[in-house]
Design a binder for this molecule. Sequence first.
Ligand SMILES: CC(C)(COP(=O)(O)OP(=O)(O)OC[C@H]1O[C@@H](n2cnc3c(N)ncnc32)[C@H](O)[C@@H]1OP(=O)(O)O)[C@@H](O)C(=O)NCCC(=O)NCCS
Length: 357
Amino acid sequence: MSDVTIRPIRVPPSMDAPEIVDLEALRQLRNAHARQVHGSSAYDLTLPQVLAAWQDQADRTVIGRLAERNGLVVGTVGVDYLPDAQSRTAGVMVRVREEHRRRGIGTRLLREAEGIAADLGRSVLQGWTEHRHSGGASVGASTGFGAVPRDATAAFALMHGYRLEQVYRQSTLDLTATASHTATLGARARAHAGDAYRYVSWLSPTPAALAPALADLKSRMATDAPSGNVDVEDGEWDAERIARIERHDAVGGVRRLIGAVRHMPSGMLVALNELNTSPADPTMAHQNDTLVRAEHRGRRLGMWVKCATLARLRELFPQVTRVETYNAEENRPMLDINEAIGFTPISSAGEWQKRLS
Ligand SMILES: CC(C)(COP(=O)(O)OP(=O)(O)OC[C@H]1O[C@@H](n2cnc3c(N)ncnc32)[C@H](O)[C@@H]1OP(=O)(O)O)[C@@H](O)C(=O)NCCC(=O)NCCS
């Protein structure tokens, strides 16, 4: 352990700069971990994507450390936080190369991260973990809904005083087997919603005229989606933030399909459903935000916006055969819709939190 040193991650100005090796090492650890939990390369990131995310820290600042042993990067940690003096939370992500685990490297990196957070005045640390179902012992969420396997990740988090505040279910939808079913559900939901509503959709980049309405809908995710005991801080949403996200998407060849429902009498967008495709696996789409404005719930707009956007996905991206999504286990309204559409659970993810004293 004494031969392991920890140093800051350097963010290079371009792909050609020598410091790019730091981000490449980080990317390799990240992708290896993603492949381990997902069993495929569908969640891989390219080096230009990682560089873009570290260079543009307008929405979340990231500080990183590398653990090195004999010149080899054996672990990484990142602390990310809102660039807002009022904010009290910080996200933390530790990864240790598989052959170097159980030697205290993760603990050293986590302590380093907690020190960085404390120095920044961030007293609530949060961690997102992903797990493969193992069938063995598990850890339940403090919400009472869902559990994650008691694997290395969970044991490490518990040992360091983190509490499992929420469990997310990862589910998949087989698009090849569900087209007519989704069409039927969508048509029924549309008829139920009535003539006051109209479905619209577009591909990123979001037209300037729609960006403020999209930002407003996305700002509601932080307040309206169930968050258990997690202190959610999401920052401000505006048209510039949408443009920044979509610029990052473009670097990685990510396409964003946005479906929305407009309330015709007021002209407002009142429901949202976003899907992404990525070159990492062109046969898969990732489900992002789904939301219906509180005043318009109970009219089956959630079912309609999801089914209509899945239909657009089929038309625009015929190579996509499945969609993956994450939902909080206590989010019954969303799970009801997804289960009716045909999503089935495949694994789980955890949202952990620790309050520094
Ligand atoms: C979680 C992770 C970072 C731990 O790194 P590590 O260097 O092996 O951790 P440490 O050696 O410091 O372990 C500290 C303690 O955590 C617990 N722990 C870690 N791995 C464990 C395992 N496989 N089984 C049971 N307990 C484990 C133990 O209590 C351990 O202390 P001990 O070895 O004295 O018994 C590493 O397994 C990893 O990279 N996992 C994939 C990425 C991830 O899930 N990161 C967490 C998200 S923030």
